[in-house]
Design a protein around this ligand. Sequence first.
Ligand code: HEC
Ligand code: HEC
Ligand code: HEC
Length: 182
Amino acid sequence: MNRSVFVISFLVSLLFSPVIAETYQTKRLADDGIHDPTNSALNILQEPAESMVDFPLDRRGQIDWVRAIQEGKIAPRKSKSGDEYEGGEIMLEMDMDLILKQTDSMPNVRFPHLAHTQWLACSNCHPKIFIPQYEANPISMEKILKGEFCGRCHDKVAFSLWVCERCHSVPHEGSPVGYGQQ
Ligand code: HEC
Ligand code: HEC
Ligand code: HEC
C-alpha cells in the first residue's frame, strides 16, 4: 500500500475508533469560563477530561452517571462530610420502579426510585414536586419541557430530555418497534 493511502486509511480508522469516539469531550479548566485562568493554583486541579476518561457515555456523548455508579467509577457521599447521619435526613436507597403510562404512542416511562435515591433524599421530591401516590400527579411532556415535574432536574442537573429512550423505555402495543435502539 502506498504511503498516502496508508496515512489516509489510518486517519479514517481513527475517526471510527471507539476509543476516540467514546472519550468524553470537555473544555479544559482554564477555558471553561468558571475557573480563573490566571490563578496559578489551577495546576493542582485534575482536568475533567483526564479524571473522567473511561466514564460510560450516553447516546449523545454525555456522561451516563447511572452507569458510572453501577460500574463503581464513582461512589457518591451521603453528606458533605461523608457521615451518613450528618444533620437532618438520612438518605435511604429504595428500589421501586413505577410505570407511568400516559405517553400516547411513545413507550411508557419507567420511573426508577433506585437510580434517584442513590443521589437524592425522599424530601427532594416528596411532597413538593410529586405527591407520593401512583398516578396522582398531572405530569405531561409539555410541563416537563417547561421545567416542571421531571424537568425540575432533567436537562439541568440530570441527563438531557433529548435522550427520550432513557425515560420512555417500556414499549407497549401502540409504540413504534425498536424505538430508542441504536
Ligand atoms: C426524583 C424524585 C423522587 C424521589 C427522590 C423519591 N420519589 Fe417517590 N415518587 C416519585 C414519583 C415520580 C412517583 C410517582 C408519582 C405518580 O405516579 O404520579 C413517586 C411515588 C412514590 C410513592 C407512591 C407509590 C404508589 O404505589 O402509589 C411512594 C410511597 C414513594 N414515592 C416513596 C418514596 C420514598 C420513601 C422515597 C425516598 C426513599 C422517594 N419516594 C423518593 C419521585 C421520587
Ligand atoms: C426525564 C424523563 C423523560 C424524558 C427524557 C422524556 N420524557 Fe416524555 N414523558 C415523561 C413523563 C414522565 C411523561 C408523562 C407520563 C405519565 O404521566 O404517565 C411523558 C409523556 C410524554 C408524551 C405523552 C404526551 C404528553 O405530552 O405528555 C409524549 C408524546 C412524550 N413524553 C414524548 C417524549 C419525547 C419525544 C421525548 C424526547 C425528545 C421525551 N418524551 C423525553 C418523561 C420523559
Ligand atoms: C430532584 C431531581 C430529579 C427529578 C425531579 C427527577 N429526576 Fe430522574 N434523575 C435525577 C438524577 C440526579 C439522576 C441520576 C443522574 C443522571 O442520570 O443524570 C436521574 C436518573 C433518572 C433515570 C435513570 C436512567 C437510567 O439510565 O437508568 C430515569 C429513567 C429518570 N431519572 C427518569 C425521571 C422521570 C421520569 C422523572 C419524573 C417523573 C424524574 N426522573 C424526575 C434527578 C431527578
